[in-house]
Design a protein around this ligand. Structure first.
Ligand SMILES: [Fe+2]
Length: 137
């Protein structure tokens, strides 16, 4: 099993985005720990609902920041978020029907998070910094 926890490499340097990412990692870690404990289906599905709702909230927050600064890669980034939500729904269905273990969900979400944060979100935060620097000239 992989160790799902916060790492400094996920830090993008934004006062709003970083704390939200920490909560997201914490939720994924909880899914993994509950999977290890063989939690009830009800508990797992409630937890996956919490993950989905938190992801939706966080994605909308990030997208609103993008709109505020006129982010040129807004649509591409928004599509990445939408893809994760669709995949999460699909994976949750597979868990529900007994076709995939809960641990699998935790791993796929963590893999996606690690890649998305260090590449796409980092790019966004660099653009926010450039935008703020221009605004302060
Ligand atoms: Fe993002």
């Amino acid at each position: 099993m992989i160790d799902i926890r916060w790492d400094s490499k996920f830090e993008v340097g934004h006062p709003r985005i970083d704390p939200e990412h920490r909560v997201f990692v914490d939720l994924i870690r909880t899914v993994s720990l509950e999977a290890e404990k063989n939690c009830t289906r009800e508990k797992a599905l409630r937890l996956l609902l919490e993950v989905r709702k938190y992801a939706e909230f966080h994605f909308i927050s990030e997208e609103n920041i993008m709109l505020d600064i006129g982010y040129p890669d807004y649509e591409e980034h928004r599509d990445e978020h939408a893809w994760l939500l669709r995949r999460l729904e699909h994976e949750t269905h597979l868990y529900y029907t007994g076709d995939a273990p809960l641990e699998h969900l935790a791993h796929f979400m963590f893999d996606w998070f690690a890649r998305h944060t260090t590449v796409d979100d980092k790019k966004l935060v660099d653009c926010i910094a450039a935008h703020n620097a221009l605004a302060n000239v």
